[in-house]
Structures are given as C-alpha cells and as structure tokens.
Design a protein around this ligand. Structure first.
Ligand code: CA2
Length: 147
C-alpha cells in the first residue's frame, strides 16, 4: 500500500475558526476526512500538524527514510524556512507543496517559496481541493514529470 504523509504547519490548526474569507470554513479535520474518502484503499494516509518548524523537519526526514510521499502545507514557513528546504533535499523526500489560497494573488511576501525548488510540484489556490490534487499527483507517480 502506498504510504502518504500529510503535514500541515503553523496556524493551520486554526482553520475553520477565523479568516473564512481567505481560507473558507473548512477545518483541518474536514480536509482530512475528504482526503481519506478520496484515497479510499489506494493509499494509507497519516496526518500531522505542528506549529514548530523542528517537528516538520523531523517528519520530512522520517518520510525520506521510509520512502513516504509527502503532501506539505508548510504555512508561513513556506516563505521563510531554509531548514525545511534543506530537510527536503537532504532527506530525498518526494514532497508536493500545497496551499489553500492562491499565494501569488496575495501579499508579495507570500510569492516566494523556499521549498518550491526542491518540491516535486506546487498546487495553490484550490482550497481543500489542493490537497486532493496533490494526492492524485503522488498516486500518479513520476511518469509525467516536467522540468
Ligand atoms: O494558503 C495556504 O494554505 C497558506 O499556506 C496558509 C498560511 C499562509 O501563511 C501561507 O502564506 C498560505 C497561513 C495558515 C494560517 O491559517 C489560518 C487559518 C485560520 C485563521 C488564521 C490562520
């Protein structure tokens, strides 16, 4: 069975409680529920969330060691963390970077991602569907890889 680790970073535990205009009304538990329904028997999913950068680094190392694909919403660490970038490249983890919002339509500090260059791909702007699309991309494998 394909193993996939879904990692959510800082403040994403607040989803559904504030800023519905930006992130919608969905909770993290709601995202987990719909992703599990979509995966069905095609993949075994693990969900983790932390507000601490070191936790995310450790989980990426673990995924690299185990050959587990990662769906990563690193939250604001996306825009700041060289440690996360180094963890992904150092561990050799296959990571798809996801965002609920279209970060490129927001403040300019959200346009830059430290992790995008070492991610397998980036999906942003589709709300919870961003996670579903990342799941499909991981399950599809590397055949369609571009640049
Ligand atoms: O759009 C995304 O998924 C983001 O990764 C969300 C991050 C943001 O820093 C990125 O630029 C884009 C923020 C997550 C915070 O989520 C909250 C949810 C509800 C209330 C407050 C924050």
């Amino acid at each position: 069975m394909v193993q996939i680790l879904v990692i959510n970073g800082p403040n994403l535990n607040l989803l559904g409680t504030r800023e519905p205009g930006v992130y919608g009304a969905v909770t993290l538990a709601g995202i987990e529920e719909r992703l599990r329904a979509r995966a069905g028997s095609r993949a075994e999913l693990q969900f983790r969330q932390s507000n601490h950068e070191g936790d995310l680094v450790g989980w990426i190392h673990e995924a690299g060691r185990n050959g587990t694909g990662v769906i990563l919403n690193a939250g604001a660490y996306t825009h700041t963390s060289i440690a996360l970038r180094d963890a992904i490249s150092g561990a050799g983890a296959t990571v798809i970077e996801v965002h609920l919002s279209n970060v490129h339509a927001r403040e300019s500090f959200r346009h830059r991602s430290t992790i995008a260059p070492v991610a397998r791909g980036v999906i942003a702007g589709f709300g919870p569907l961003s996670y579903d699309l990342a799941l499909e991309a991981l399950l599809d494998g590397r055949e369609g890889a571009c640049a």
